[in-house]
Write a protein that binds this ligand. Sequence first.
Ligand code: ATP
Ligand code: MG
Length: 408
Amino acid sequence: MKRQLNPSAFNKWIYDIIDDYTHRIEVYKGGAGSGKSYGGCQKMILKSMKMKRRVLFVRKISNTLKASIWQLVLDLLSEVGIKEFCRINKSDLEIELPNGSIFLFKGLDDPEKIKSITGITDVIIEEATELNLDDFTQLNLRLRPKELFPQIYLFFNPVSKKNWVYDYFFIGDIPLDTLIIETTYKDNKFLTDDYVKTLNDLQYRNPAYYKIYTLGEFATLDKLVFPIYEKRLISDDEITGLPKWIGLDFGYVNDPSAIVNGYIDEDNKKIYVKGEYVRKGMLNDEIANVMIKLGLAKDKSYGDSAEPKSIAEIQRSGVNIEATEKGKDSVIHGIQWLQQYELIVDERCFKVIEELDNYSWKKDKKTGEYINEPVDTFNHTIDAIRYGLNKYIKGIRKAKVYKKPIGL
Ligand SMILES: Nc1ncnc2c1ncn2[C@@H]1O[C@H](COP(=O)(O)OP(=O)(O)OP(=O)(O)O)[C@@H](O)[C@H]1O
Ligand SMILES: [Mg+2]
């Protein structure tokens, strides 16, 4: 097989293991753009051309499949020249290769659907840090050892030491039958100079991102602002009747815009984070459209007051949005207020989770002591949460001011 391949079509690190199927688990950990998804899928496609396979491609959320791994696999089938001979079912996201190998694409947000799939020989997990350990365990159990060369490939960036992949693969001994492949942009000869420059510039703009996305290393876990929160599926039952909140933080080129929504239970001091939409490069009319589509246009939402013009534009597109009132110290007040609540995050909100697992206190440069100010990164969804809950936070602050003069 290898003799027929053209090595120049591959990055060296994947070419070296292209027909090695001896490890049940292959862990592709690395910085952004290192060629993990591309290389891992090249390998799986070639394996499936060589022998009949039934491969499950998964991501946590099904509606993220089409624009990512589905498209990549189609492009690669085209590159190897067999796409026109494949049976492609766009609505069910299924592909049948000429030799009868089957590719299935599923989101894990519907576990029942996954349970009904049988006879899987291989699994590809795109953005594996979006999953939780239980998702992975279930998938791992689905691969029956009697298959020939059963394999699971996991692709991910080292987003946080709090993520399950860190404990599972990088603490203590490497699990049995596991190959760990660590790459950075330097291992991808196909990247453009512009992309490399953007990654290198992160060292000035955002040191934590630089470590994760440029160097491909787990960032050091500093003192987290929200060390404890609950991560699970939130059922509709437990939030019925509770007031809803919606917050919006603006970004554009370098930072994403973040729309986050949830519920508050003031009596039991619980905050539920139920939904998120986080994307770079969104114009105001796109933000408005997304909010309308997600059913977040009618209830009152709150956006960053630093962008009054954007708020006005989004309002005009039919969204019931207002600017938050921000005072001095509003960040720290908001955090302190949030910390008095039990925070429950739906496990599908993986951007919120990524931020909570990284959002840390700043250290004084001279003394090395933590100061009462968070590091200004991993805070887009967290800011959106603060904005969404602003009227409750504000209430508390007013009460404090009121109490002082009467000596309470
Ligand atoms: N063998 C290849 N041939 C041509 N282009 C490639 C190849 N491998 C990678 N690339 C290019 O490099 C880009 C980055 O690769 P890929 O998306 O696989 O990186 P990644 O490590 O999965 O990144 P991320 O961590 O952001 O998901 C691809 O979009 C593609 O343009
Ligand atoms: Mg990738």
